[in-house]
Design a protein. Structure first.
Length: 683
């Protein structure tokens, strides 16, 4: 394993910071001291990039004082102090100051690292409307007649088209724009992103008025999303002149539209907000979104104007440095209750609408579905019920069958009967044991001769008989078979191929993971949509241990002889693995790091024998074990089942496994490279 597994820099993350110092107007010495103090604090926390507000060294509200030589000289002296302090820091510091270049004055951002000024970026767009009069003091970037500036005894790269790349953290390439630059129709950062910048930095002052905070969120969030980049936004805070304006010190960090960090507004003290940016995620999003490359080609002229300045930092790779960003334990299920309800509403309606379209286009008004009393068939039945309501058809057009076999428990059989009654579908029951015994006799299977041999053939005969009955019932009733298997099962190959639960005419659950189905069923239960009695049935189903119920247990057993999660690992962990492997293609080592960040505890015990209940924490050995199960089954043994799955709607950006959609893969690939990477993770 490269470097330290427990260090975020080993997994292509970078900690960045946005600082809002308390300032004094026209006192660069004081402001430099506060800038240095905050930069030291940020570097001590492991940040490699720290951004400060626009014109932060003198303060933004100096107005015509910017024409005074004494102030301009003091700003350069203050910059020298920051440069000297940076020699002992492992972070790049971006500060704002006015600079004389030729016979013009520019509103600039200076990038400082390792005791040097690496480059100076002037502001491109100068607001001269409303309360702003910047064109009174400054020139815009494209007014410059030079590409270098003599500063602190060195010739420094100068211009709006500068990109800064950390050579020993190559996915970190950042660009700087200043305040108004992001408010214009085509921000300079758009072209910078096309030129390879993964982190976009905005040094802003930005006074506050009613509603502006929310608009900043929209502006920064959307720019980060469109550019497939992280976006760091600063603004001035306490200490700026309140002659005609007020300042809230809002600082934001976004990553591809996701808010990573936000400062407390109207803070009386200097403060810093941090964000752990996933640089690999941004890179992978760009090569996954092929239109990004097309945009590079279309705007090649603008892209070619950028100059790249490479430098090295002492990246803090040694020792543990855990993530400080939140890694959701359930990536398919929002943690916020309001967003979770919104997600459930949308997914449910996508499934229903897709089924309505399939029935309408085929001219078929009936569906056949097998109901086991478990989660997946429960949710599929609920989708069928709502689809019939939308089509103004009676729910009796749902031909629901529960088909008890050799290991069906009284609990699940009762739940299936109660559920069908609550939904109001046409409910019937077929005992598949006689036909299974006949099949086993035809095969010469030992069970047909009275021997207790419960092998995979014994299991698959039951699964196959159920599916065979459903298809023939659909033929007989001019209906289609609704599949119930979910995305998690398909990822792990946990389905009987062809004549088993792998096959249907249309699978409404095809891209819905198990963890989300759990919340969908609970959401319906909480809504009371099928009546109080129906809600009770759904709650009982949610409390039932997940089992295929294909192998009989011993007399007196209260639990099923088979537990799905004992074999393939807890679904909460496998859905986590699925999301990051399928959506981003991360290496197992990074998936394990993310899993540990979300679920891990170093002294957590071994996963218990009661897998249905969430442990809330897992040790790294268990995380590796579950990930190993996932990798081997996903890459080595299960693709042939996914290469010929029935139609079904994609519901989320977490991806689907349809060979006609998100996932095309060979059915006979090896899992070696993934297993090798997994083996390098420490215990």
């Amino acid at each position: 394993m490269k470097n330290n597994f427990f260090n975020l820099y080993s997994h292509d993350f970078a900690r960045v910071a946005v600082a809002t110092p308390r300032c004094k107007v026209a006192d660069p010495g004081f402001n430099a001291a506060e800038t240095i103090r905050l930069a030291q604090e940020a570097a001590g926390r492991g940040a490699v990039l720290v951004a400060f507000p626009e014109l932060g060294l003198p303060a933004y509200t100096c107005d015509d004082l910017f024409q005074q030589r004494a102030l301009l000289d003091a700003c350069e002296d203050a910059l020298q102090q920051v440069v000297a302090a940076s020699a002992k820091l492992s972070a790049a510091i971006i500060v704002g100051l006015p600079l004389r270049v030729g016979h013009q004055l520019f509103n600039c951002a200076a990038v400082v690292a390792g005791g040097r000024v690496l480059g100076v970026v002037p502001k491109s767009y100068l607001p001269n409307y409303g309360e702003f009069y910047e064109a009174r003091q400054f020139s815009a970037a494209d007014c410059a007649s030079t590409t270098t500036v003599e500063l602190l005894g060195e010739s420094i790269p100068f211009g709006a088209g500068l990109l800064f790349e950390v050579a020993n953290l190559p996915l970190l390439r950042f660009h700087i724009e200043i305040c108004e630059d992001v408010w214009v129709p085509v921000p300079p950062s758009s072209f910078a992103a096309l030129a390879g910048a993964t982190v976009l930095v905005n040094l802003s002052a930005s006074n506050v008025v009613v509603g502006k905070s929310g608009y900043r969120h929209q502006l920064v969030g959307q720019q980060s999303a469109r550019c497939l980049a992280a976006y760091l936004y600063t603004s001035a805070g306490l200490g700026e002149s309140s002659t005609d304006m007020a300042w809230d010190g809002q600082a934001l960090i976004y990553e591809k539209g996701d808010l990573l960090g936000e400062s407390e507004r109207f803070n009386d003290q200097s403060h810093i907000v941090y964000g752990d940016v996933d640089l690999e995620r941004l890179s992978r999003e760009r090569f996954h979104t092929t239109t990004f490359g097309q945009s590079v080609r279309r705007h090649a002229g603008e892209v070619s104007k950028f100059r790249v300045i490479r430098f090295e930092l002492e990246v803090p790779r040694e020792g543990d440095l855990p993530l400080e960003r939140t890694v959701e334990r359930f990536p398919y299920v929002p943690a916020d209750p309001a967003r979770r309800d919104e997600r459930c509403t949308e997914v449910y309606n996508i499934q229903v609408q897709a089924l309505v379209q399939r029935l309408s286009s085929s001219g078929i008004s009936k569906v056949v579905i097998g109901v086991s009393g478990g989660l997946d068939s429960t949710h599929a039945l609920l989708v069928c019920a709502k689809a019939m309501d939308r089509l103004n058809l009676p729910r009796s057009n749902i031909l629901a069958y529960t088909m008890p076999g050799f290991a069906t428990s009284e609990r699940t059989l009762k739940q299936a009967r109660n559920l069908m009654a609550a939904v109001g579908c046409a409910a019937k029951e077929i005992d598949i044991r006689p036909s299974c015994i006949q099949m086993l006799k035809d095969l010469g299977h030992p069970y047909a001769e009275g021997k207790e041999e419960y092998d995979v053939t014994f299991e698959n005969v039951q699964a196959g008989e159920r599916t065979s009955h459903l298809f023939r019932l659909a033929n007989f009733n001019n209906a289609i078979v609704i599949g119930t298997g979910d995305l998690s099962e398909l990822a792990l190959g946990w389905c009987t191929y062809g004549v088993g639960d792998h096959m249907s005419h249309y699978n409404v659950n095809a891209s819905v993971p198990k963890t989300l189905i759990t919340h969908l069923v609970r959401w319906v239960a909480d809504s009371g949509a099928i009546g109080a009695g129906g809600s009770d049935v759904l709650i009982n189903i949610l409390d039932t241990e997940i089992s295929p119920e294909l192998v009989p247990g011993k007399a007196g057993d209260t639990k099923p002889a088979q537990s799905t999660e004992r074999v393939i690992g807890p679904y909460e962990m496998q859905d986590f693995n699925l999301y990051y492997i399928l959506r981003y293609g991360f290496a197992p080592s990074k998936v394990a790091f993310l899993s540990y960040s979300a679920w891990g505890k170093r002294d957590a015990g071994v996963w218990p024998d009661a897998p249905h209940a969430s442990r809330n924490e897992y040790g790294l050995p268990d995380i590796k074990r579950f990930l190993g199960i996932f990798l081997y089954r996903f890459f080595k043994t299960s693709q042939f089942k996914r290469s010929c799955v029935p139609n079904g709607p994609k519901v989320g950006n977490g991806g689907s496994l349809s060979p006609r959609g998100d996932w095309r893969a060979p059915s006979d690939s090896e899992a070696t490279v993934w297993m090798n990477d997994l083996a390098n993770i420490p215990d």
